[in-house]
Ligand binder design. Structure first.
Ligand code: BGC
Length: 243
């Protein structure tokens, strides 16, 4: 089954048709800068542009950086606050005239890694972390997702973890990989002591540089870089339509 996967992020909205059996992109992805402000209607317009680009008439799966409960956005940590309370499924399906399903962006990336990427053969408990503008998390038991975990909002040394250890914080404070890894390591220790996972998978653009920070991590849990990198959000959002 082919599904148009959409990943709505803080700086870009990415989309591509996905073969959900293989977990691969069928066409080169299109990325459009996220409108500013990224209000629900402005994002629906960008989605329409992506639909036109691919001449798409089939189902759509969409990942959004908010908690999604029964199709409704409940939070807005790194996106316009006007999303809170928006019925995202209704908005995007009415606007596009197509069947749209929606989930949290980190849950989408996690599903992609568990089904087609670094977590393909994972057993037990896996936590997928996307380190980007925020810290997104997806928690799995075998391949079953517990959605909307929001573990990037745990408190760490009196602060919200994603304000200390996201990839955006590293860029903003111009931290070396070593200095950032110490913060990220504290965060992983926290997750380790709370969840005792069998595996961490680290995604987000920073995962391509894993060789520069994995050696500085002191956790005991097995850790792997994400395999699908920047396409995980698109692939997982599409796959979620048929899972
Ligand atoms: C949001 C999460 C999201 C993560 C990654 C956090 O700020 O609360 O819902 O998954 O950023 O985008």
């Amino acid at each position: 089954m082919n599904v148009l996967g959409i990943d709505i992020g803080g700086s870009g909205i990415k989309g591509a048709p996905v073969d959900t059996l293989q977990g691969t992109l069928i066409k080169e992805r299109l990325q459009i800068p996220t409108p500013s402000p990224a209000t629900p209607n402005a994002v629906a317009e960008t989605l329409a542009e992506i639909i036109r680009h691919f001449n798409w008439t089939g189902p759509i799966g969409c990942g959004l950086p908010t908690v999604i409960r029964s199709g409704i956005a409940c939070t807005a940590a790194n996106i316009d606050p006007s999303w809170i309370g928006t019925d995202v499924v209704k908005l995007l399906s009415t606007h596009s005239g197509l069947e749209v399903s929606v989930l949290n962006d980190a849950d989408a990336a996690g599903l992609a890694e568990i089904h087609y990427g670094a977590g393909k053969n994972a057993t037990g408990t896996t936590i997928v972390i996307t380190a980007g503008t925020g810290l997104g998390t997806a928690l799995f038991r075998e391949s079953t997702l517990l959605p909307n975990t929001e573990l990037g909002h745990l408190h760490l040394n009196g602060k919200i973890a994603e304000h200390l250890a996201s990839a955006a914080v590293r860029t903003k404070l111009k931290l070396s990989y070593y200095d950032w890894a110490r913060r990220f390591d504290d965060y992983l220790h926290r997750l380790e002591e709370l969840f005792w996972p069998d595996l961490f998978i680290i995604g987000g653009a920073i995962s391509k540089d894993h060789a520069q920070f994995f050696p500085h991590l002191t956790i005991k849990t097995r850790i792997l870089p994400a395999e699908l990198r920047n396409n995980a959000g698109i692939i997982g959002a599409a796959a979620a339509v048929r899972l």
